[in-house]
Design a protein around this ligand. Structure first.
Ligand code: MN
Length: 162
C-alpha cells in the first residue's frame, strides 16, 4: 500500500501535514524543504507515480560539483507535501519547522535504465536527474552506496560539467 509508512508515523488530528493521498500528476515536480527538526536537514522530494520519493539530506544540497552530501532515503510522502510549509507540533514525528527552500521541476536521466522508470532506478540504487529549480539547476546523482547491505544511506552530488 502506498504511503503506509507515512501514515503510520503521523497523527493527522495533530499534525498540519497533508494526509496520505496518492495523486497522479503529469508534471515532474521537485521540492527541497528546509526542516528544522531535532537536527536541521533538507528534504529532497521528487514526484513519481503519484507520490514524492524522499531523501533527508544532512546539509545544504550543493549548487556546484565537488561536494557530496549524505542523503538518507526516507518514506514516500504524498504529492501534496510539495506545497507544505509550517510547524509540526512537539511530540509529533519530525516536530519542528518546515519551509520550502527550493522548488521546480526535474527531468529523470534514464538512458542507462532498461525500462526507463524512476522507480526502477531507485530500486537499483542510482538515479540521475536534472533539476530546474529556483536555486538549484543542473544534473545531479543520487547514489545508494549501501545497497549491498540493504542500507538507506545515499550520496547526493552534482555532476561535473553540469
Ligand atoms: Mn524532514
Amino acid at each position: 500500500m502506498p504511503l503506509k509508512e507515512y501514515k503510520k508515523k503521523r497523527d493527522f488530528a495533530v499534525t498540519p501535514e497533508p494526509g496520505a493521498e496518492v495523486k497522479q500528476a503529469e508534471s515532474r515536480d521537485f521540492v527541497i524543504q528546509k526542516h528544522q527538526a531535532r537536527r536541521l536537514h533538507y528534504d529532497l522530494r521528487l514526484a513519481d507515480e503519484g507520490v514524492l520519493k524522499s531523501w533527508a539530506v544532512t546539509k545544504e544540497p550543493p549548487a556546484e560539483p565537488g561536494v557530496k552530501r549524505l542523503a538518507v532515503h526516507v518514506e514516500d510522502h504524498p504529492f501534496d507535501y510539495k506545497d507544505f510549509e509550517g510547524e509540526i507540533p512537539a511530540g509529533e514525528y519530525g516536530a519542528g519547522t518546515v519551509e520550502i527552500w527550493d522548488r521546480g521541476t526535474y527531468r529523470p536521466l534514464l538512458e542507462d535504465e532498461p525500462d526507463n522508470s524512476v522507480a526502477e532506478a531507485i530500486e537499483r540504487g542510482a538515479l540521475k536527474f536534472e533539476l530546474d529549480g529556483e536555486r538549484l539547476k543542473g544534473r545531479y546523482v543520487l547514489y545508494n552506496f549501501e545497497r549491498d547491505k540493504g542500507g538507506k544511506n545515499w550520496f547526493l552530488f552534482k555532476m561535473k560539467g553540469s
